[in-house]
Design a binder for this molecule. Structure first.
Ligand SMILES: [Ca+2]
Ligand SMILES: [Ca+2]
Length: 116
């Protein structure tokens, strides 16, 4: 379904939002964008992401932390929670916005890796 494909990636959106200084509100900032990415990554459309579908986005330890019910897959809720957690780690001043320095930090890069 070609219409399901977003025109710009979530990563590009992050950059655009940064460039236009609108800021990123993780708690209420377009969680549907991460939701769209989830649907794209879920190639077999079973509503969960397994490690194969996630590719190298999460290490084994990170995957375990993101999968509290230990069923070996990430539901959409678990995935969105993992994105949100990474955002929070990447936002040490807790202002809900990732500035350029924060995006370039190790945790900022980890967030972008999860979102590409
Ligand atoms: Ca799946
Ligand atoms: Ca799970």
């Amino acid at each position: 379904m070609a219409s399901d494909r977003p025109n710009v990636s979530f990563r590009q959106q992050l950059r655009t939002y940064h460039r236009t200084s609108l800021g990123l509100q993780c708690a209420n900032w377009r969680p549907e964008a991460a939701s769209t990415l989830f649907d794209k990554l879920d190639r077999d459309h079973d509503g969960t992401l397994d490690r194969r579908e996630l590719g190298g986005r999460l290490s084994a330890a990170e995957f375990a932390a993101a999968d509290p019910d230990e069923d070996g897959t990430l539901s959409k809720d678990e995935y969105l929670k993992a994105v949100e957690n990474r955002f929070k780690v990447a936002d040490p001043d807790n202002d809900g916005t990732l500035d350029e320095k924060e995006l370039r930090s190790r945790s900022g890069q980890a967030l972008l890796r999860l979102l590409q």
